[in-house]
Design a protein around this ligand. Structure first.
Ligand SMILES: Cc1cc2nc3c(=O)[nH]c(=O)nc-3n(C[C@H](O)[C@H](O)[C@H](O)COP(=O)(O)OP(=O)(O)OC[C@H]3O[C@@H](n4cnc5c(N)ncnc54)[C@H](O)[C@@H]3O)c2cc1C
Length: 541
């Protein structure tokens, strides 16, 4: 049984990342990829949040050597003001102030080869057609066939279209938008807010923005939707238009995909200028209705990562980041499940919460951006306007917590200064911010007993520790429904906040019995932890 491999379906960023990390753990891993690499793929603009993951995978130097365009931030023509405005990663991310605009066939091949080097048995030209479950509902095998008749892996397929069944110890579905398991199990829930369509292609020989923004992605809104321009190396640029699905289909029927893309470019004056001397070199491709979330991301013997689990509108270039992040967490969940079957289900739950949370952040942000663009009186923007009395507008506390308390920078804050965010959202952010400000200025109350705020609780749960989930303690708050992992020390300190002890009493009780050296270290750290949690509203008087 334990000799069976983990089978990973799909060799995109999610599959390559998860399989490499699992192989590093000493697991035997087989990856099935239906294409032969390099293969084409949209989604060139990376976020700096992916850089540490690329480093951990050991591919960052190779990515640097590939000579991809260095991306410093984003430039937008969006909102009330038609002047372009830029923001730079350096404003929010001191350790990784840049990212890359990659050529996906090459970037994805770097990741897949890295998985191979880590010991993954990568089988290209192998399409998975279904996951086999046993009577107890556990995934136990993957059915697949050869897409090009070649049998380079010693598995014989009796003629074209013939299938074979590969027994699996665990299945990781990283099949992208194809979503093998989500289709088989009926898990996908489409997002009505983002019924959009994208038509995109590649141009060469146009202009980029002026330095220092020449590596930025440009996002330009227009009456019918918005367009992206991603500067790639060798003078290439990825250019795409996002429009309403129904309007786009009609436009494509009338003008053809390229004619329609050109009509959208013509409606975006800044982008049209940049492409004036460019020629169209590749495409166009059309993709529609692509925002969704699966109602479950794990089950006995299987887990979904990357686009196979969730996909959100590309406005914030979040796809590869979500793929790599979810794959890293999925690999940890699989490792823990194989180590200790009692943690499998709860670790899967925490994995799901963490992926939903990261996904939800980009979703709320995109909704807010769409709804705050009131520059054009058009069907597209009208249909995507959130009204102040719309119950779905109520900003989730976690999102407000994420945007509040930061200086005016980053996408989150930009919508408040450049867009026309609904008043309810602005008021809610202002309320959270002023409460944080008040607590910050007042400092941790010294003379009043402290307790956990209403709705906040400490619970035993799986927490991430390096490359796996282990049993630990999480602090569940409005902003962290998944449970913020607490060190043992902080958990012990918080357990002492029973509404009868002041901060000083709780810290003294915690230090009781420790030697003086330990007390000297623990005291300030404990006080600082209480101060942070007080400002965050997790503890109160
Ligand atoms: C219009 C648009 C623009 C985008 N722009 C950006 C952007 O600028 N930045 C960004 O970060 N993201 C962007 N994205 C999102 C990004 O492309 C994806 O989120 C990312 O590629 C997800 O990685 P993945 O590994 O989950 O899936 P994929 O990269 O799609 O990889 C899945 C792999 O699985 C293989 N496969 C599928 N089915 C099977 C099967 N049955 N058997 C075997 N193999 C299979 C496929 O061939 C593929 O290689 C964009 C998406 C769209 C639609």
């Amino acid at each position: 049984m334990t000799d069976l491999p983990i089978i990973v379906i799909g060799g995109g960023p999610a599959g390559s990342c998860a399989s490499a990390l699992l192989a590093r753990q000493g697991h035997s891993v087989v990856l099935l990829e239906r294409e032969r690499f390099p293969r084409e793929h949209v989604g060139e603009s990376l976020l700096p949040a992916s850089i540490p993951i690329l480093q951990n995978l050991g591919v960052l130097d190779e990515v640097k050597r590939a000579g991809f365009t260095v991306k410093r931030g984003a430039t937008m023509i969006w909102g009330a003001d038609r002047e372009p405005w830029s923001w730079h990663f350096s404003e929010t991310n001191a350790s990784n102030p840049t990212s890359y605009q990659v050529w996906r066939p090459e970037f994805d091949a770097i990741l897949l080869n890295n998985a191979r080097r880590a010991g993954v048995d990568v089988r290209e030209g192998r399409q998975a057609t279904g996951v086999v479950f046993d009577d107890a509902g556990t995934a136990v095998a993957v059915r697949c066939h050869s897409t090009d008749g070649a049998s380079t892996d010693g598995v014989s397929f009796n003629g074209s279209g013939a299938e074979t069944e590969l027994p699996a110890r665990y299945v990781v579905d990283a099949s992208g938008q194809g979503g093998l398991l989500s289709r088989q199990l009926g898990l996908r829930q489409w997002d009505d807010f983002f019924r959009n369509l994208a038509v995109y292609g590649y141009y060469q020989g146009g202009e980029n923005l002026s330095p220092p923004d020449d590596g930025n992605i440009l996002i330009e809104s227009q009456a019918g939707g918005w367009l992206w321009h991603i500067p790639l190396r060798d003078g290439w640029a990825s250019v795409g238009a996002v429009v309403d699905a129904a309007t786009g289909q009609q436009g494509i029927r009338e003008l053809g995909p390229l004619g329609f893309l050109e009509s959208q470019v013509a409606a975006a004056p800044r982008l049209a200028d940049m492409l004036a001397s460019a020629r169209f070199v590749s495409g166009p491709e059309v993709l529609r209705d692509w925002s969704y979330r699966c109602k479950s991301l794990h089950g006995p013997g299987y887990i979904l990562a990357g686009d196979a689990g969730c996909f959100i509108d590309p406005l914030f270039s979040s796809g590869v980041h979500l793929a790599l992040t979810s794959a890293t967490l999925a690999a940890a969940a699989v490792t823990s499940a194989l180590d200790d079957p009692t943690i499998a289900e709860p670790a899967g739950q925490v994995y799901q919460q963490l992926y939903y949370k990261e996904y939800g952040h980009f979703r709320e942000l995109a909704r807010l951006f769409y709804s705050s663009n009131r520059t054009a009186d058009s069907y597209f923007w009208e249909a995507r306007r959130l009204l102040d009395n719309d119950p779905s507008l109520t900003p989730r506390q976690s999102f407000v917590q994420a945007v509040a308390g930061q200086p005016a920078r980053g996408y989150e804050r930009a919508v408040l200064s450049h867009g026309l965010a609904p008043a309810a959202f602005g008021n809610s952010v202002a309320a959270v911010e002023s409460e944080r400000q008040r607590r910050q200025e007042r400092g941790l109350p010294q003379d009043f007993p402290l307790r956990l705020a209403d709705g906040v609780l400490l619970q035993r749960q799986p927490v991430l520790s390096d490359d796996r989930f282990v049993w630990g303690v999480g602090l569940v708050t409005d902003g962290h429904p998944e449970g913020l992992p607490c060190s043992a020390l902080v958990a012990q300190l918080l357990a002492r906040l029973n509404g009868r002890r002041t901060a000083t009493d709780a810290i003294a009780d915690l230090c009781n019995g420790m030697d003086p050296d330990a007390i000297r270290q623990v005291e300030p750290a404990a006080r600082q932890a209480l101060q942070i949690l007080y400002v965050d509203g997790a503890i109160t008087t």
